[in-house]
Design a protein. Structure first.
Length: 161
């Protein structure tokens, strides 16, 4: 095994690790060496079959059936480039001002959260409308459920329309 040295090591390439790597990448120009470690493969678009049973072995440790020590529940550990953002839904929305106020975080206002969220949207190609041909069954059924509940469009989270 080859040994390498880094100044910063980020474990996981999912939403947290990816954002952290992006934010710290400017330090590389100053000579800081950063590594992002990921457990699983970087799959290409054509590698995703859309068939759950076929994909679970590729995307999850122990095919998604890892038991807790006392074996009372299973825990799914994603093992793919992009982390859990690779396998979970693409529903994203900007937190409501009243919710942020309930959290009571000093020095974090709604305008700042909106600015950060929009930066994330742009970096991850999130948008309010999807080509109907690109909407998967999960998001299509989610939208149908919202419509059946009588929710107006503005209450349906971004990236599921």
């Amino acid at each position: 095994m080859r040994e390498r040295e880094f100044d910063i090591v980020i474990i996981g390439s999912g939403s947290g690790g990816g954002v952290m790597a992006s934010e710290l990448s400017g330090l590389c120009g100053e000579g800081v060496r950063i590594a992002v470690l990921e457990w699983g493969p970087k799959l290409r678009r054509q590698d995703y079959t859309g068939r759950e049973l076929e994909m679970v072995g590729r995307l999850y440790y122990d095919s998604g059936g890892f038991f807790t020590k006392d074996q009372t529940m299973t825990v799914a550990f994603c093992k793919a480039y992009g982390g859990c953002t690779t396998v979970y839904t693409g529903t994203s929305f900007i937190i409501k001002d009243k919710t942020l106020k309930k959290w009571g975080i000093d020095d974090l206002g709604w305008e700042e959260m909106k600015r950060r969220s929009l930066k994330y949207y742009e970096a991850n190609n999130l948008h309010e409308e999807n080509d109907p041909a690109l909407i998967n069954d999960n998001n299509r059924l989610f939208r149908m459920g919202c419509e059946n509940l009588g929710w107006p469009d503005e209450k349906i989270p971004v990236n599921t329309r």
